[in-house]
Every structure is written in C-alpha cells, then in structure tokens.
Ligand binder design. Structure first.
Ligand code: HEC
Length: 82
C-alpha cells in the first residue's frame, strides 16, 4: 500500500515538473497584434478596476508577491516575467 502511494506521489511530482518546464510561445500569427485600446488614464484606471475585480484573488497585489499559493503559482503581474 505504502509503495503504491509513493509511486503515485512520484508520478504527480514528475507531471508537475513537466508542466512547469514548458515555456509558452506567442503563436506566429498573433505576434503583431496590438492592444486595440488607447493608452490613456481612463483606460489604465478601468484596467486596474478589472484586475482588482477579476484577477487579484489569485495574482495578489501588483509588486507585493502575495499570490495565492497554487500549483502552478500565478505570477505577480508587476514581476519582470510579466
Ligand atoms: C483562480 C485563480 C486565478 C485567477 C482569478 C486569475 N488567474 Fe491568471 N493565472 C493563475 C495561475 C494559477 C496561473 C499560472 C498558470 C501557469 O503558469 O500555467 C496564471 C497565469 C496567468 C498569466 C500567464 C503568466 C505567464 O507566466 O505566462 C496571465 C497573463 C494571467 N494569469 C492573467 C490573468 C488575468 C488578466 C486575470 C484576471 C482577468 C487572471 N489571470 C485571473 C490563476 C488565476
């Protein structure tokens, strides 16, 4: 029984490593798409509002690295990666 549990744990760990090792590439036909919204204060404010309504619960406060501890972890949107 214990051996079976260990094998399952190893399989889960292996899958988690495989998934987290993948880098997502922007598809070639999507690379040149531009943001259709103008960069202005009203749009930035609206974006912030939408982020706090829909994304903050997992991605945390920008720059505070207080993301929800999920597997895989959500990124802090103020991070260099983003
Ligand atoms: C229920 C939790 C949850 C919510 C709500 C959520 N996300 Fe995420 N997000 C995640 C997780 C977990 C990942 C990491 C998945 C991965 O690395 O494959 C992620 C990844 C991302 C990424 C990709 C980052 C990268 O590494 O390439 C972007 C962009 C993103 N989220 C944007 C948003 C936006 C914008 C919203 C709100 C509209 C949002 N997310 C709401 C959990 C969430």
């Amino acid at each position: 029984m214990r051996k079976k549990i260990n094998l399952v744990l190893i399989a889960i760990l292996y899958l988690a490593i495989q998934v987290s090792a993948q880098e997502w590439e922007v598809p070639a036909d999507q690379k040149d798409i531009k943001n259709p919204l103008e960069y202005n204060l009203a749009n930035v404010k609206k974006g912030k509002e939408l982020f706090y309504q829909n994304c903050k619960s997992c991605h945390g406060d920008p720059g505070k690295n207080n993301v929800l501890p999920l597997v895989l972890p959500p990124v802090d949107i103020a991070s260099e990666k983003m």
